[in-house]
Ligand binder design. Sequence first.
Ligand SMILES: Nc1ncnc2c1ncn2[C@@H]1O[C@H](COP(=O)(O)OP(=O)(O)OP(=O)(O)O)[C@@H](O)[C@H]1O
Length: 315
Amino acid sequence: MSFLEIEDLKVHYPIRGGFFNTVVDHVYALDGINMSIERGKTYGLVGESGSGKSTTGKAIMGLEKITDGRIIYEGKDVSKQIRGKNSTYNRDVQMIFQDATSSLNPKKRVRDIIAEPIRNFERLTEGEEKKRILELLDIVGMPEDAMYKYPHEFSGGQKQRLGVARAVACRPKLIVADEPVSALDLSVQAQVLNFMKDIQEEYGLSYLFISHDLGVVKHMCDHISIMYRGRLVESGTREDIYKDPQHIYTKRLIAAIPEIDTENREVHKANRRRVEEEYRQNEKQYYDENGKVYDLKSLTDTHKVALKNIEVGGN
Ligand SMILES: Nc1ncnc2c1ncn2[C@@H]1O[C@H](COP(=O)(O)OP(=O)(O)OP(=O)(O)O)[C@@H](O)[C@H]1O
């Protein structure tokens, strides 16, 4: 049973221009996406830069104004109210950011950073709060004395662990993790991903894991959605997506994952060449809502505008 439903979510950013700075067009950053999130599962959102992944995460967190669509949390439409502080939704849905350094206040000690959500959402005595912080530090594998230090005294991987400790401080149900390890070295990436998995089991957490890296997502996610130009072009279980990708864009992302096994390298290279050729063929075409194919060269500019939100390659 899903506890969070995303229904036809849209975020369109206005583009202003002209002498009067009026709205001349929109960036269709999110253009009608649907998702169902269940307890204890990890969902991957993958796509190239600019496809709308972070906008999805921010819209779910209430950090971005929704143009249209609904967010249903435990049966209630929270799309309009999620900005309200202290709401259950704000407590239950937390975020981990890519850049741990700028997401931790440099002027605050770790104790106050981790305590922030606890102070917002719960009333604990000083002793209870300290006990909770020590538990959280232990869970993310940090020593007790980390509590009295400042963020600059930690490495990138350690800072990301502190970010996770803060995110889980109020025992949330969902964590939106936006590229949580892409700023870290490969060896540290594996460490952070593994302890995120451990915490998931301990807390029964769900993750929405945002990444441009299908390799990382394969390690983490049960269910994967591929995003392209503000839309989900393909969604399925990890097995569906890796073994039997349908959309040309998904095939291309998978073909781009480096092959470590030397024996399979030639097969992998040949597959990548084939997929690139298929993509080039598709790139010349736009599809309209009825699946009709257009050759871009034959279109006037007005036609291109009308078709610009129809994904290249269709379904
Ligand atoms: N505040 C904004 N105003 C106008 N356009 C925006 C704004 N924020 C994002 N966009 C545009 O919306 C689109 C989606 O951006 P978004 O940051 O969600 O992409 P992304 O898939 O997360 O990319 P990346 O992997 O590079 O972070 C892009 O075209 C981006 O330029």
